[in-house]
Structures are given as C-alpha cells and as structure tokens.
Design a protein around this ligand. Sequence first.
Ligand SMILES: Cc1cc2nc3c(=O)[nH]c(=O)nc-3n(C[C@H](O)[C@H](O)[C@H](O)COP(=O)(O)OP(=O)(O)OC[C@H]3O[C@@H](n4cnc5c(N)ncnc54)[C@H](O)[C@@H]3O)c2cc1C
Length: 414
Amino acid sequence: MSFRQLVVWSALSCVWCAEPVSLQNTRAMPVSRPSHNIDIDDTHHFHMDFHDEDELYALFFDEVVIPSKKRLAEELDPHVFVGRRNASAVLGQCSMHMNKRILEADNKLIILGAGPAGLTAAVYAARAGMDPLVVSKDGGQLEATSRIDNFPGFEEGVDAVDLLIGLTHQAERFGAKFKSCEIDSVHLDCRPFRVQCTSGLEMTSSSLILASGARTKWLEVPGEEQYLSRGVHSCATCDGYFYRGKNVAVVGGGDTAMEQALFLARMAEKVTVIHRRDSFRASKAMATRVLSHPHIEILWETTILEYLGSHQMPQNLSTSAKDGDDHSSDDLKGIRIRTNAEPNESGESQQEVRTLPIDGVFVAVGHTPNTELFGGVKRDEYGYIYTVPGSTLTSVTGVYAAGDVSFHCVDPCY
Ligand SMILES: Cc1cc2nc3c(=O)[nH]c(=O)nc-3n(C[C@H](O)[C@H](O)[C@H](O)COP(=O)(O)OP(=O)(O)OC[C@H]3O[C@@H](n4cnc5c(N)ncnc54)[C@H](O)[C@@H]3O)c2cc1C
C-alpha cells in the first residue's frame, strides 16, 4: 500500500489518530489544507501530499466518532479507509515512505552558519559520524572584532579570526565539509529539508542545525564603522576589561544597557549612560541600581551624532594629533552629542550640541536575529528561534538551533 496523498479526519479525542498527527509533525510530507472542504464539527484534519503521481489517497478516519465518513469517502475517491484495525499497518507504510525520503537527502546534516556555534556543532556532529556540511557566507560576528579575551583556555586571549580558523580545522579533521554560499531560502515544510543559495545551488538534508547568529543594532552615525572595536563596542563582558580606569559610555535604556553599565562601573573610572528618552524602559530593579550608582551618570534625552578621533577633538579637550597625520588607525577619543535642554522662556524647545571626551562607547540598543529565512519554525516576539529549554530542539522535528540565533541566548548571554 502506498499513497500519493494522505488525508486524516478525526475527532480531537481520537487516540489512534495521534500517530498520523505526530507523523505530520516530523515533516515527512508537505502539509496543506484539505482540498475538499467538508464541514465536520469538533474534528481536526490535515492533508499530506506524497510526490509520486501513481500512489493512492489514504483517508484516516476515526470510524467511531465521525458519522459522516461515508459521505467523505464518496467525495474523496480513490481512498483507503483506515480505522482502529488497520491503522498500524498504514502508519508503518507512511513511516517507511518518510524514512526513504529522508535517506534520499543529499546530506545527513547541514549546519547553517560558521560562527562559533555552527563550528562547535560541526566538531561534535563530525565526531558523531553525522558528516556535517557547514554552509555560510562568512565567519559571522567575530570577524568584526580582533581579540577575544573571555574564551576559556587562552590565558592571553585569542585572535578572533585565529579562533574561527582553529575551529574550522578542528571540524575538518573529523570530516566536516564546508561550502561558501549566501542562503536565500530554507524550506522546512517537508523532509528532506531544502536549502537554496543565491547562486541557484540547492541542497537537501535530513536534518538541520540553524546557527545563523544575530546582528547588533548599531546607531549608524558617522565614525561608527571606523572605530568599531577601537572604541566602539557592543559587549561589555567581552571588551569592558580594556577600559579599566577609563571613561566609557553605554547607549540604551533597556535591561541590557543597565547590565552593561553596572558591569563597566566595576572597572571603569566613570560610566555615562546615554539615553534618548527621559526614562528607562529597563526593569525597575535594574534601573534603580543604575540610578543610585555613584560612578554612573545619566544623560537623558541625548543622542550620539558622531564618533570622533583625536584629530576631530577640539583643542581644549585633546590631544597631540595634528592635521595631516595619518588617522586611519586612530582609536576613539570622543563623541559629539545632542541633548534636549529645558525650553526657553517662550516655551520653545532647546537643543545643546557638545563634544564629550570618551575612551569607549558600548552600544546596547539590541540585536536582530538572522531568522528571516526560517518562517516555518516557532520564534519569539523578537524573532529568536524558540528552543525547548535546556536543549537545541526547535518546534520542527529534525531542525535544531544553536548560538545567538536561539531565544535562550538574547543579549545578556555574553
Ligand atoms: C564587534 C563584536 C565583538 C564581539 N566580541 C566578543 C567577545 O570578545 N567575546 C564574546 O564572547 N563574544 C563577542 N561577541 C559576540 C560573538 O561574536 C557572538 O556571540 C558569536 O559570534 C555568536 O556566534 P554564532 O555562531 O551564534 O553566530 P555568528 O558568529 O553571528 O555566526 C553566524 C553565521 O551564520 C552565517 N549566516 C547568517 N546568515 C546567513 C545567510 N543568509 N547565508 C549564509 N550564511 C549565513 C554567517 O555567515 C555566520 O557564519 C562580539 C560581537 C561583535 C559584533
């Protein structure tokens, strides 16, 4: 017995219908709404398309609960009745069909992403004999930085790119393969899963690990790119140590900004929190700790207009730099900020623009997970992939998530 299409109508309480439902969850076949709209109260139904044209329909019925099954059978012909007596046999056939399709995939496992999460997954998957193929367009967020000081086992810190190269070689040693490609669509509605690159290349895989990371939301003002990792940062736990005894600013008003400010206040001489509104949206407890901290100053209703190097600092605030010097490897020396001041006597709003000398700025206005391509998997309100707590399991059987892309790993995690 084999099927082109499987349609299941059953009452919600139908015990032996649970199995086809679980089969549907494994994404053995694409799922769509029944083409025949037959109104049956208190039922759930679903519909699976098998691809081989010469296969038959199968109708799963809850024989007892659905009195209108005869009418359904007339409308959906050809068909196979499945009930209490032959449900197991039919499900066995379906499972075999599914397994065959899964085994026909080009790959056992594709890992989407070659940042620390994807590469770590590749090391373990390769050692477990899963023959992983790692697909990525670059090395991820670590490519934007230089030194990693908080990776265990490296007494003097480790160069970020060296770390990525080392992880790549380690995974390769166990048999992991790598492919460079910008992925533009991922089809999770049916196993084997399909991954497509902008080049037109298409790959299939029995299972997937999503490790596509997240991107920092930056302020996108002049100088930000130039001073990235040379005064402009997004992670206090990672880079705060470089600012012992110095003046730093944290931009933002949420819990992450509060965490970063409190962390930095342990080592920096002074922390200035720059927030564009007149109150924090952080939790009250966190905000109170920041507001009462002796080394933290708050600049309300203030925005950064520009990051400045030594050659852009006013004479009285700086530096030995002269015009004509090569400033391409400068570090950040200050910021130009705009603050909403008190209205004047006629009630007109006032703005003050000034330069603030600063050694480091930590931008803490959030992250955006790279999950736009994974529409079929459950995500939280911010777009992070939902994983079962304590695991990498996602809402789709055979699809796993690791690293910054997953919802347990929002901002405060590093
Ligand atoms: C400037 C900077 C400095 C940092 N410094 C530190 C630090 O010192 N210590 C620390 O612990 N953390 C630091 N972090 C954070 C750290 O980089 C991240 O936590 C970490 O990289 C997350 O790893 P990941 O593998 O989950 O994702 P990522 O490293 O972001 O990797 C994502 C992967 O997915 C791939 N990808 C995404 N979309 C696509 C697509 N459409 N097609 C193909 N490939 C795709 C990317 O190419 C990449 O390979 C820093 C981050 C930044 C931005």
